[in-house]
Design a protein around this ligand. Sequence first.
Ligand code: ZN
Length: 395
Amino acid sequence: MRDRICIVCGRPLGETPLMTLADMPASAQDIPVKEELGEEQGITLSLHQCQACGLVQFDCEPVAYYKDVIRSGGFTTTMVNLRKRQYRHFIDRYHLEGKKLIEAGCGQGEFLGLLSDFPVKAYGIENRESLVRLAREKGLTVWKQFAAEGEFLASDDGSASGPFDGFLSFNFLEHQPDPVGMLRCIADNLSEEGVGLITVPSLEYILQYDGYYELIRDHLAYYTFDTLRYAVEKAGFQVLEEEMINRDTLSVIVKKNSAGQAKERRTHTPVDISGLKESLDTIGRELEALTDGLKSQGKTLGIWGASHQGFTLASTTVIGRFARYIIDSAPFKQGKYAPASHLPIVPPDHYHMDPVDAILIVAPGYTDEIAGIIQERFGGNVEILALKSNHLERI
Ligand SMILES: [Zn+2]
């Protein structure tokens, strides 16, 4: 095996990972169909911390679709208001009225569309053709392109091109195997005074509140303000503002730095991942106790939530062998199988044909809503459980 190097600073990652996770889903988005199950299997992921720049990262290849921005739906009012507040501040503070902004990785324009309330010229690039089409149907100026180093960002017909005055990047950088190359491409397509707004999930939040099941192969890098700052500086930006948003997300405003790139870094703050390791033990033990208890009473279990968290719990614990199925309301997931564990994904109505005695909800943010649906549609005889942070709770 060749030595893996840090995706930001290029130095060797070393041989000792912070943590190794076996039987993890190979991808969160490519959900296998029956014919693919023979080939499909879980993978081992090694989480490393770069000894030079401190970035925490997996040492694996990226998923096949890392250039595409696939946002899971369900945009809450809170998220919309948050984005609008960010836009208002960014545009006012950096005098972007009437200027050209580009979102690098805009998906189907979920966030780009919210810019139409503001006095700017908004553009977006997206790698996945079907998403570009959806964005255009909403009337947005979006074309197919990916910000790789050396790319000139412009629409095919030349009607939209740089230099742009500002850029936006929402939870996309953590998927990238070459984050510095992506940021350099963007910098090269900005005006001299160009600014940008970047968000990524916070490593500290995951370490403090989440279990190991939040780790996902799609997210190659787990940034802190410190390691994110180093990555953007290496690409020729300087950080003007840092803010924690929605408790779990890092948001930074950057500006092109005329002084050039950051110097090489050789020091870092070691990260403490004991909470993640503990969650692997605790959750594994609690789910074993749950299945033993149900088994001894001749009872059965289902899971609700074909999310990456649900897939990970199914493939890394006993419930993947014990549960009968995973329920999910999204039609495009139904009839397929969970990666690695190969549990069938079924619609909610499947319960009536093949009832279970207990259902474990694995859908962070939607637990109460789903518990309500179960009580209403399946009646009061189903035992409802949910995973909250590091523990199993009865509802
Ligand atoms: Zn590094």
